[in-house]
Ligand binder design. Structure first.
Ligand code: ATP
Ligand code: MG
Length: 263
């Protein structure tokens, strides 16, 4: 039933955004100097916005996020440490994050933007979530390098607020790790340290249910890394408490004290 509802909501949202989509396609035709409008092929479906692969003559030219005010999404609960970025600022938030991260290869490079849309270079990488689903036993081999990449993203002044392996792309060797989807931001009452800590903990929280039982513990190397990062980023023990409502898996697993001890 939920799937059917989502299907209709998605199609109604796409129908209502069609006039704006046509304007954006025209603008992208000019931007890419194309003889005809590019195809906008719907790609993502779970978020607030419409995500399209921009294609022309069999080639992918970029990935487009078009803010879609007609896609009604549930607001995060008031006790969550993150909020959805408003439709008026969403494209700007994504643009700023991508501008900051692209030079270091940590986000896609923005190539065109408008107040409600952003087109980035297409990254020939795959979402790491697929690898997690395929081989949960190797989850920490993904989480540790993604934690290190997050640390580099934070050093550029960018907090993600919705980190998961589904919003992380990588190559086979994980030499390149790229973050996408900046449609949330820290809630206004969340301090800077807690906002940064949430990125690291949400990465683990969102992966937890895909871990086999014998991997559902925090490995020493990840705890040591978190400890190092906390010192560098000014994260303290008190930053954990406001994040707990969003960390139900980690709370149920009884690993919060271990995290606090690492800080
Ligand atoms: N610049 C890019 N290069 C390559 N792939 C991308 C790029 N941007 C997004 N993607 C792909 O599109 C997917 C959806 O993007 P994003 O996470 O920003 O939107 P979403 O609304 O959360 O969509 P979804 O419902 O698929 O999670 C990503 O998981 C990734 O596979
Ligand atoms: Mg996403």
């Amino acid at each position: 039933m939920r799937k059917i509802k989502r299907f209709f909501a998605r199609h109604i949202g796409e129908f209502r955004i069609a006039p704006r989509r046509a304007e954006v396609a025209a603008a992208l035709q000019t931007h890419f100097s194309l003889p005809a409008q590019p195809q906008l092929l719907l790609s993502g479906s779970r978020g607030h916005d419409s995500i399209y692969r921009v294609a022309h003559a069999g080639k992918t030219l970029g990935m487009l996020r078009l803010v879609n005010p007609y896609r009604k999404r549930k607001k995060p609960a008031a006790n969550m440490p993150f909020v959805s970025v408003g439709t008026d600022r969403r494209a700007a938030r994504e643009y700023e994050a991508c501008q900051a991260g692209a030079a270091a290869g940590l986000t896609p490079n923005p190539v065109w933007h408008a107040t409600d849309a952003l087109c980035c270079d297409y990254m020939p990488l795959s979402p790491l979530h697929a690898r997690l689903e395929k081989n949960g036993a190797a989850a920490w081999d993904l989480i540790v390098p993604v934690t290190q990449a997050l640390r580099r993203l934070h050093a550029l002044g960018v907090v993600h607020a919705d980190v998961s392996l589904a919003n992380t792309l990588g190559d086979d060797t994980l030499a390149q790790i790229v973050f996408v989807d900046f449609e949330y931001e820290p809630a206004p009452y969340i301090g800077a340290g807690a906002a940064r800590l949430y990125d690291y903990l949400r990465l683990v929280e969102s992966s937890w249910k895909f871990l086999p039982q014998d991997k559902r513990s925090l490995p020493q190397n990840w705890l040591a890394l978190l400890s190092d990062i906390a010192r560098e980023e000014g994260i303290v023990r008190a930053d954990v408490a406001p994040l707990l409502p969003a960390l139900s898996q980690l709370c149920a697993a009884g690993v919060i004290a271990q995290i606090e001890n690492a800080l």
